[in-house]
Design a protein around this ligand. Sequence first.
Ligand SMILES: Cc1cc2nc3c(=O)[nH]c(=O)nc-3n(C[C@H](O)[C@H](O)[C@H](O)COP(=O)(O)O)c2cc1C
Length: 184
Amino acid sequence: MKVIGFVGSPRKNGNTDFMVQQILKGAAEEGAETKIFYLNELNIKGCQSCNYCKEKGKCRQQDDMTPLYDEIASADGIVIGSPVYMGYMSGQTKLFIDRWYAFFQNPVSSLEQGKKIALVFCQMNPDETSYNTTFTSLGQMLSSLFGLELKGILVAGGMKDAETAQKNNELRQKALTLGKQLAR
Ligand SMILES: Cc1cc2nc3c(=O)[nH]c(=O)nc-3n(C[C@H](O)[C@H](O)[C@H](O)COP(=O)(O)O)c2cc1C
């Protein structure tokens, strides 16, 4: 069982990083091998819409996304964490998710069906329902296009400073529980 996490915030040790780490910790407590990747530290270019992947089954671009394709393909569980920027995921996260287009082989994904996925979003807004529509549609898109089993979308609201999540025990528990679900 392998569970991998992607942090889409530029702030290392910030809220998103903490939440992804806690989810992975929960997965590790269930016996999973875990790995974490910091998207902001990677050179991941935007999808070029060249459709090379539709003919060849893999992305033409050679950058830091190249090894991540194998990491994703060999994972049983995946967590993607992003801060909310302008009511949406961060740019770092969006570049990464667009590159999943290489897995999309109409009508089915080249990924093995049934991998588990969890999403976590951190936001300043204390109302955790504010961006529900956005988060839900992202979760539905990922699960339907790539045959993933969505285990949960965790929203951390009221993240006033970089350490807010770390001080919230309830949030930590929710993250650990979600991580355990990813690894079962
Ligand atoms: C460019 C930018 C845009 C933001 N837009 C929003 C927003 O639309 N809604 C919101 O609630 N918080 C917004 N925030 C606040 C962040 O979501 C919040 O600080 C979050 O906890 C950051 O996560 P991090 O600690 O992992 O970096 C924004 C922050 C930045 C830097």
